[in-house]
Design a protein around this ligand. Structure first.
Ligand code: PEP
Length: 254
């Protein structure tokens, strides 16, 4: 059985007060309404990790994570945050390779491979993002683009290590645009990613890896997307900033 996961990437949003309010609303709604076994992860900006972690009374179903980390453990890297620091603040997950990091901060596949190593070395779970840009989708090269991203960043891992990775398929053209991949498009790409992993490792390992979909997921479309056989949940941006919408997305698994 694969884990069902809904992770909320707050990006560079929320003051501390706003973040604490959002986190407590999410917690309350989870306590009041959520019956399913979905693992819910809040991913605030680094600076709020510790205080939001302290707010969470139940750590079995509600976890916190970070949006990025540096590839090294410590040192003279002004402005950066390491995986071990995230762990020390209570984080359990780290997003690696979000398209905004690739695009605005020039993060290469080779760098992402190093970041993945650092996250795993600290016993944290990487949420590795991959996804094609609109130009690739238009000329139907999404599989080769995503296949290469997965191979370059993950295929140096042992079978035991890759089994610990969560993958998020996030077509760049669907992130923050209001355009969602259709449920069929999501299923096709998730099945392709799983097959790519099975070919390098094994069917058993590929079958244990949770693959999340990300890109304008909302309460209105979550149910259809999550009902696809290779979709194991979502990485949610905009809708994770509204507690009601975020919890309605978690409830889409019911
Ligand atoms: C994201 O940033 O990972 C994301 C999927 O954003 P949105 O849901 O806003 O498209």
């Amino acid at each position: 059985m694969r884990k069902q996961i809904v992770a909320g990437n707050w990006k560079m949003n929320c003051s501390l007060e706003e973040g604490q309010k959002l986190a407590s609303e999410v917690m309350q709604l989870m306590l009041d309404e959520v019956q399913n076994e979905t693992e819910v992860i809040l991913i605030p900006p680094f600076i709020h990790l510790s205080s939001i972690n302290d707010q969470i009374p139940f750590k079995d179903k509600l976890l916190i994570g970070a949006q990025n980390c540096h590839q090294n453990e410590s040192g003279a890297y002004t402005g950066e945050v390491s995986a071990s620091m995230i762990k020390s603040c209570g984080g359990s997950h780290v997003i690696i390779g979000h398209s905004e990091r690739r695009e605005y901060f020039g993060e290469s596949d080779a760098l992402l491979a190093e970041k993945i190593n650092s996250v795993l070395k600290n016993d944290l779970t990487p949420i590795f993002c991959c996804g094609e840009r609109l130009e690739s989708r238009e000329i139907n090269t999404q599989e080769s683009v995503v296949g290469e991203q997965v191979r370059n960043a993950l295929f140096h891992l042992s079978e035991e290590q890759i089994a610990k990775v969560v993958i998020a398929y996030e077509p760049v053209w669907a992130i923050g645009t209001g355009k969602t991949a259709s449920a069929e498009q999501a299923q096709e790409m998730h099945a392709f990613i799983r097959k790519t992993i099975a070919e390098k490792y094994s069917n058993e390992t590929a079958d244990t890896i949770s693959i999340l979909y990300g890109g304008s997921v909302k309460p209105e479309n979550a149910k259809e997307i999550f009902s696809q056989s290779d979709v194991d949940g979502g990485l949610i941006g905009g809708a994770s900033l509204k507690s009601r919408d975020f919890i309605d997305i978690v409830q889409a698994f019911d």
